[in-house]
Design a protein around this ligand. Structure first.
Ligand code: CP
Ligand code: NVA
Length: 311
């Protein structure tokens, strides 16, 4: 594969993969592979990342924090509850104040508009660490894992089974941009956002890929190279948990469902997982699963992202 040069992302926000061209995405994947070989040292000395969390996190928080530290910089964990945000200080004022102290902001929140507002008023890069609409850090890292294991992304068939949520949305955009085929199998009423699907289809047309949405998990997973699952109930939807458990039960990834995929299918899940709800223990802990390699890759990919946005 030829080396991609002359990609300049310094100062950009990372709110959605919509804003990144195919070549920029492949550049970040290339840089992540270098990071994974531990060839990059203290390039972020003196740089600080503020991380605002309005929702829980294990992987995103710790991979960003460890990543900054490994690159010689510093990360600040800021629970929004402990900031003046919780007492009504505006996102605009918060963005302007933080811009005077730190070099980038990562935020995990509910409404996607909040991330956009923060980015609008901040003079520094803003990274989306998950909103109700998108989870771009996860999707970028998922492309890296698929490429690492399957050798290439071109023509790979990714099937996402479950809720048409933030993870599904970012994966749709990511797959469409790089030329993977993607099918989402979701229950009626829980399909991905129509605007996101429309955009993904446009990107897929340009990249020679294909995007499909269906309610039938069995037809979706036929010939799948990758089967992807996420929780049935995302953060913020806890009140719907028992209703969702019923509606989504035909969308469990189990031995019967994966029997329709290619024998060497790869199982991925962004984690945290609820074993024996969206995926059985046999599958997530079985030989086709790469969920812990996938989780580790968040670190390498985000280090590449931090480097690209900050220096
Ligand atoms: N996959 C993911 O973003 O995990 P966390 O919620 O633990 O950050
Ligand atoms: N869809 C899940 C992803 C967690 C990483 C949620 O939003 O809770």
């Amino acid at each position: 594969m030829s080396v991609i040069k002359n990609v300049h992302l310094k100062g950009k926000d990372f709110l959605s993969l919509k804003d990144f061209m195919k070549e920029e995405i492949f550049y970040l994947l290339q840089e992540a592979a270098v990071m994974k070989q531990n060839k990059i040292d203290h390039i972020l000395t003196g740089k600080t990342l503020a991380m605002i969390f309005e929702k829980s996190s294990t992987r995103t928080r710790i991979s960003f924090e460890a990543g900054m530290s490994q690159l010689g910089g510093h990360a600040l964990f800021l629970s929004s509850q402990d900031m003046q945000l919780a007492r009504g200080e505006t996102l605009a004022d918060t963005a302007k104040v933080l811009s005077g102290y730190v070099d980038a902001i990562m935020i995990r929140t509910f409404e996607h508009e909040k991330v956009e507002t923060l980015a609008k008023y901040a003079d520094i890069p803003v990274i989306n660490g998950l909103t109700d609409l998108f989870h771009p850090c996860q999707a970028l890292s998922d492309l890296f894992t698929i490429q690492e294991i399957k050798g290439s992304l071109k023509g790979i068939k990714v099937v996402y089974v479950g809720d048409g949520n933030n993870v599904a949305h970012s994966l749709l955009i990511a797959c469409a941009k790089v030329g993977c085929k993607m099918t989402v199998a979701a229950p009626e009423g829980y399909e991905p956002d129509q605007e996101v699907v429309k955009l993904a289809k446009e990107y897929a047309d340009q990249a020679g890929a294909m995007i499909e949405v269906t309610n039938d998990p069995v037809s979706a997973v036929r010939n799948a190279d990758v089967i992807y699952s996420d929780v049935f109930t995302s953060m913020g939807q806890e009140a719907e948990a028992s209703e969702r458990l019923n509606i989504f039960s035909p969308y469990q990834v189990n031995e019967t469902l994966v029997s329709y995929a290619k024998p060497d299918y790869l199982f991925l899940h962004c984690l945290p997982a609820h074993r024996n709800e969206e995926v059985t223990t046999k599958i997530i802990d079985g030989p086709n699963s790469a969920v812990f390699q996938q989780a580790e890759n968040r670190l390498h990919v985000q280090k590449a992202l931090l480097k690209a946005l900050l220096i």
